[in-house]
Structure formats: structure tokens, C-alpha cells
Design a protein around this ligand. Structure first.
Ligand code: SF4
Ligand SMILES: [Zn+2]
Length: 334
């Protein structure tokens, strides 16, 4: 068992290839999920929708294990134009990846054009940004919402909007790129409130962002969101809401606004009625690259009227529960 555990710590959690955008062009990308000790905030309290503490937290992962993971990643690298390094936490947190190790990891992919990694704002400092390949780096900041009340009460993010702004300004000031992640439909918001929250967050963060990724909530195991979901008090967002947010966000800001949702089309992910999900998701995927509103033209389904009715009903009832499901189950709404 001990040997197995040691072996696992020396292997990345996952590696895969996908498409992204580099300088406005579609580019191939390699994604590496490094195994680290995990997000410190997740161990302390954690965000309400985040199940990463289950996946990532491991002890005894230091430089040796990280370098062994790097070797495994290098074997898979085929000269992709972009490399995305995720840790289910913060790449810039020394506890997860020491600064000297970060340097070696970044050097290993010096031939690619763009290297993206995620960090919470508190780890974005003069020191952590020093020695980075400025022209290649894109830092992904998970702002989630530009409303401090939503950040505090609906997400428990553990930082405020001003912390994001400070970090984003520092990164931009150094000439590096910022990708902002926003969360569509944290718990306790109605469908319409969630859409409005993400739309205004896109407008706010567009000032500091080279691209904005909208991440609809995906219900993860052993989270508060899952307990709300199980009792019908939470429904992940509709795909129709995502389409509206993307469409409006792009036209209001001109910044690349896109979404690559996980769990799309399933009850735990962003979804519509089941019949139209594949077609709507295909349009969302095309839009991610083309940024052309025409991708959404002609999309329709009988469930669109149900979605609109839900928006009205939740507003009228002043509730964020999954009204549709309660009515269908005949559970009542107490
Ligand atoms: S900051 Fe990110 S990894 Fe950490 S608890 Fe929140 S969502 Fe999870
Ligand atoms: Zn439908």
C-alpha cells in the first residue's frame, strides 16, 4: 500500500489534450492536473460548490514527487502550442508547488507559446510573479462573482472582489495575461439572479481579463450544493441561461467569453430538457472559438418556454429552490 501511495504521488492526476485559443487562433493544448497537497482554503473551509478537497488533498507531495510528475507530463508533451497546468488549488502557493519547482516546470515547456495556470489572488505577489516567462504566461483567477455578497454568502470564497482586482492589476502590470473564471449559478440565487450576477461580473472583470471562462455549477459530491440538490433546493443552471450570459457578455465587452462546462447535459451539470442539450452544447462549443452570435441562431425547443416560466415563477415566489422539481414530485414548497 505504501509503495502504491508513493507511486501515485509521483504521477499526475490526469493529462489530456484539448483545444484552446492562443492570440485569437485555435490552438492545441495539453492539460496537466498535478497532484499536490491541495487547496489550502479547501482544507480550511472551502467553497460551497467545491469537491476538490476529496480529489486533491494528499500529504507528502514535495519537490521530488512534483518533478516525477513533471517527467510523466514531458513524455506526453508533443509540442502543443499551449500547456495548462492545474493543481486543484493554486500553482503559485509555495505549499503546493515550491517556487524553485515552478521554475523547473515552466522551463520544461519553454517551447510552447502559452502556459496557463490557476491561482487564488492571495498568492499573486511581486515575489511569486518574478522570474516568470512574461510573454507566455496567462494566470487564471477564479473570481466567480464580482459581488462581495455572493462571494461571501453563496460561495464562501474566502476573498473579496478587491483581492481579485489587486491580483489582476499586478499580473497585467507585469505584461502577463489574465483569464477570469466566473461561476454561473451559485446556490441561493434564483435562475435570473444568477444570470444577472454573471453578466455584471463579466462586465466588471472584462477590464482586467484577456478571456473570461463561465463555469456553470456542476454538483460535486459531498458539498453543500449537493445536499441542497438532493432535497430539490438547487437546480444547476439551464443551458438557455448559459447561452444568454455568453451572448450578452461577449456583445457588452468584446472580450472572449466562453464556457467548457463539465457534466453538461446531465442532472448534476448545466442542462435543458434532455432533447435539445446536445445541440445547444454544440453551439456553446462552436461559440467558444468563433465568438460569433450566429452560433445560437435557430436554437429552439419546447423547453425554452418552460425555462422562461421558471424565471417568472421563481421571481414571483421569491425562491431559489428547484420549483419545477418540487411541482413534478408533488413535494410542496414549504
Ligand atoms: S479556491 Fe478553488 S480549489 Fe479552493 S476551495 Fe475554492 S473552488 Fe475549491
Ligand atoms: Zn429542450
Amino acid at each position: 500500500m505504501r509503495t502504491e501511495a508513493r507511486d501515485r504521488r509521483g504521477s499526475p492526476q490526469a493529462i489530456w489534450k484539448e483545444w484552446d485559443i492562443v492570440d485569437g487562433r485555435r490552438a492545441n493544448a495539453m492539460v496537466i492536473i498535478l497532484r499536490t497537497v491541495g487547496c489550502w482554503w479547501s482544507r480550511k473551509q472551502g467553497c460551497l460548490m467545491c469537491g476538490y478537497n476529496q480529489a486533491a488533498s494528499e500529504s507528502g507531495i514535495g519537490e521530488e514527487q512534483l518533478l516525477s510528475q513533471l517527467e510523466a507530463a514531458k513524455l506526453k508533451f508533443q509540442g502543443e502550442e499551449m500547456v495548462k497546468i492545474y493543481t486543484s488549488g493554486s500553482f503559485l502557493d509555495d505549499r503546493e508547488v515550491p517556487q524553485s519547482t515552478r521554475k523547473l516546470i515552466l522551463e520544461a515547456f519553454s517551447s510552447c507559446q502559452r502556459i496557463l495556470f490557476e491561482s487564488r489572488p492571495e498568492f499573486v505577489t511581486e515575489r511569486s510573479l518574478s522570474d516568470l516567462p512574461v510573454e507566455k504566461v496567462e494566470v487564471a483567477l477564479g473570481l466567480e462573482s464580482a459581488d462581495d455578497l455572493v462571494l461571501g454568502k453563496c460561495i464562501n470564497k474566502g476573498f473579496g472582489v478587491s483581492d481579485y482586482e489587486r491580483a489582476a492589476r499586478l499580473i497585467k502590470g507585469k505584461g502577463m495575461r489574465v483569464r477570469t473564471y466566473l461561476l454561473l449559478k451559485p446556490p441561493y440565487l434564483t435562475e435570473r439572479q444568477a444570470m444577472l450576477d454573471t453578466q455584471s461580473s463579466i462586465r466588471f472583470s472584462s477590464r482586467f481579463s484577456d478571456s473570461i471562462s463561465v463555469n456553470p455549477v456542476n454538483v460535486q459530491r459531498d458539498t453543500l450544493v449537493e445536499s441542497l440538490f438532493r432535497r430539490g433546493d438547487y437546480r444547476p443552471p439551464w443551458l438557455w441561461s448559459l447561452v444568454e450570459v455568453l451572448r450578452e457578455g461577449r456583445s457588452a465587452t468584446g472580450v472572449r467569453v466562453f464556457s467548457s462546462p463539465s457534466g453538461a447535459g446531465t442532472p448534476r451539470g448545466v442542462h435543458n430538457c434532455g432533447k435539445c442539450d446536445a445541440a445547444v452544447m454544440a453551439a456553446v462549443e462552436r461559440f467558444a472559438f468563433s465568438q460569433d452570435q450566429k452560433e445560437f441562431e435557430g436554437l429552439d425547443c419546447e423547453c425554452k418556454a418552460r425555462w422562461r416560466a421558471q424565471l417568472e415563477l421563481q421571481d414571483a415566489m421569491g425562491t431559489s429552490v428547484d420549483v419545477d422539481r418540487h411541482l413534478a414530485d408533488g413535494l410542496g414548497l414549504d
